[in-house]
Design a binder for this molecule. Structure first.
Ligand SMILES: C[S@@+](CC[C@H](N)C(=O)[O-])C[C@H]1O[C@@H](n2cnc3c(N)ncnc32)[C@H](O)[C@@H]1O
Length: 258
């Protein structure tokens, strides 16, 4: 893994390089062919040109992956999607007169959190990968320029660190109503269907082999429920049977009432 940056992003590149412990190289431009010329250097390039973007060089994607909460399809979903009728909202117990506080303990690129925050919930996003956390923070700052998101973002609080440690040091008055978990599943179905951001996740952070260990600390602090997103046919987390299940097309939400 290494960073490629444009001259005007040198300070950001150096800071990110030291956080991640990787090398940073100055680029004259970010044309695709220039980027691909670096392919032999490593398996993942982090491109810095106004945003933090990932390009897995071993299997280049048509577009580098960024945290882009202002993209058209996500904005459309926020504005015209199912709202409180979305499965994730039902699973979290969101109702007109009930807006739970939520800890998203596996934030990733924050799309689920954004949806929950758009419905009015205050949500803390925990992410342990320093690279993904840096991308989240970068995405948050760019999203702040999007008028449709300005009222939503103040409800989203980013934290870098491991969720198990974070949850176990919470004081009782900080306990959330809901802990939401969406750990990476080692085999998320048919590769052809695996989305681009998931491919990059796999290259950037690998699988979350310790995912089962998240359930007990989550259950210990959630005042109302723990919600776990799983591939539709996967075993429940930690082999623990949920109280309720909301089934979607390719994934499901297992709900553990506390
Ligand atoms: C599948 S992604 C989550 C996707 C997310 N729901 C979204 O909407 O973009 C899982 C993420 O959880 C993070 N993660 C896994 N275990 C964690 C832990 N114990 N503490 C914090 N983050 C964790 C991984 O680094 C990865 O970025």
């Amino acid at each position: 893994m290494f960073i490629l940056y444009l001259a005007e992003h040198q300070a950001q590149a150096q800071q990110l390089a030291s956080t991640l412990g990787v090398e940073a190289f100055l680029l004259a431009n970010t044309e695709r062919k220039t980027v691909l010329a670096w392919a032999k250097q490593g398996d993942l390039a982090i491109l810095l040109a106004g945003q933090i973007a990932l390009q897995p060089l071993s299997k280049p994607l048509p577009h580098a992956v960024v945290v882009d909460w202002a993209n058209k399809s996500l904005l459309w979903r926020l504005q015209h999607g199912g709202g409180r009728g979305e499965l994730i909202a039902k699973a979290c117990g969101i109702k007109k007169d009930s807006l739970p506080t939520i800890i998203d303990a596996t934030a990733g690129f924050g799309k689920d959190s954004l949806l929950l925050a758009s419905l009015g919930c205050h949500i803390t996003l925990l992410e342990r990968s320093p690279l993904v956390a840096a991308m989240l923070s970068d995405g948050w700052q760019r999203a702040a320029q999007e008028p449709a998101l300005v009222t939503i973002l103040p409800r989203m609080h980013l934290q870098q660190g491991d969720a198990k440690a974070y949850l176990s040091q919470l004081a009782v008055e900080q306990y959330p109503d809901v802990v939401y978990l969406d750990p990476m599943f080692p085999d998320r179905g048919n590769t052809a269907k695996v989305k681009q951001d998931m491919q990059s996740f796999h290259v950037a952070v690998g699988a979350d082999y310790d995912a089962d260990e998240l359930l007990a600390p989550a259950l210990a602090v959630a005042k109302k429920r723990v919600v776990v997103k799983r591939p539709r046919h996967a075993q429940p987390l930690a082999q623990q049977k949920p109280s309720l299940v909301y089934e979607g097309e390719s994934s499901r939400f297992d709900v553990y009432l506390t």
